[in-house]
Write a protein that binds this ligand. Sequence first.
Ligand code: F3S
Length: 406
Amino acid sequence: MRLTDEEKRMLAGEQGEALRLSLEVLTRIGEVYGAERLVSVSSVHASCMYPDFGAAVDILEKFRDLGGKFQTVTTVNPTVNPDNVNRWADLPEPPELKSASTRQMSAIRSMGVIPNWSCTPYFQGNLPRVGECVSWIESSAVIFANSVLGARTNRTTMGIDVASAIAGRAPEFGLLLDGDRAGNVLVKVEFEPQTMFDFNTIGYIIGKACSGKVPVIEGLPAWTTANHLKVMGAAAATRGGLALYHAVGITPEAPTRRKAFRGKSPEFDISIKKKDLKGALDDMNTIKKGGVQAVLVGCPHPRVNEIKELTELLDGKKVREDIKFCLFISSDVLNFSRQMGYIDVLEACGVRLFEGDCIVFHNVNKWGWKNVATNSAKYACTLPSGPYYLGVLYTDIKGCVDLATK
Ligand code: F3S
């Protein structure tokens, strides 16, 4: 790779061991992927918060102990929040998990992270503009950054996120370059989606049909919001490993179909009709014998309007004793929702709040649950496989409430 003089000095250790190690990590990754240089990144979204995975703790503490300080705006994904573990002590987490999580949180805080603890950093001030290079992790956030914001990021992995944050750089390859951002599959949505659940399910269908591709999506309504795109992208990224799509007339690099394809022809095309939603629901419903023990909502982390809808559906009802109704939520949305009176209602109904948290970081396979219900296609795709092995009832938010309160 061609390094600048300053980068050569960093790599030689002249600016400290944390920068030296960061440059070593980034240049080695760059060499593997054929990058010719490093480029500046204007932000990082880190997701190194896997307290159950010893290496994740070691990576953070190593960079911290070497004197690492984040040079660029850096937000962070949810984690096992020890406050939630204390509050919901009937969900049995071993003390080691809490202490590992506390160590990780302390290490990343000391390097200068913005402690948003959420998978929606773009709603918490980490908002790159079109064309900005960033280094983000968390598949739902990566696809949002690339597709909705028009920023440029690869699907960064643990360790590289921290190295990028310290060095303020990333190796230039893949989706940081124009060539890999051209659409190559045409997706025609041939009905008007109505709800967040429809967008979730469309995302699943796109992910399944377009794995590893860059779909160009036509037919989404002009009123499609960032929140609809949030859930659609999360589902597509989880089901198909997608990191970028273009929605014609909606997202920045797709003012027209031709621009989205960069003048090339699609490799194939698919159409999505209303009746296809049913097949996707059948795919995602993996419920096993043994009833539903929990309802999980808030994936990706919700906005206030989603909390309002949930509050209106639950108001005056009580969650059944035999069901845990878990809401995963970022601190900012929790704070606003509390001020607006929603949280008092939800808590009175029996909803369990998991602030800055997400089920995937927990030892949920040891909690005795067989099945969960969720309105999230991302959870529906993730939780049936290891290490969770849960059956999933995938249903809309009203279905989740009805099931938990009847
Ligand atoms: Fe966020 Fe967890 Fe879902 S990190 S996108 S709530 S799987």
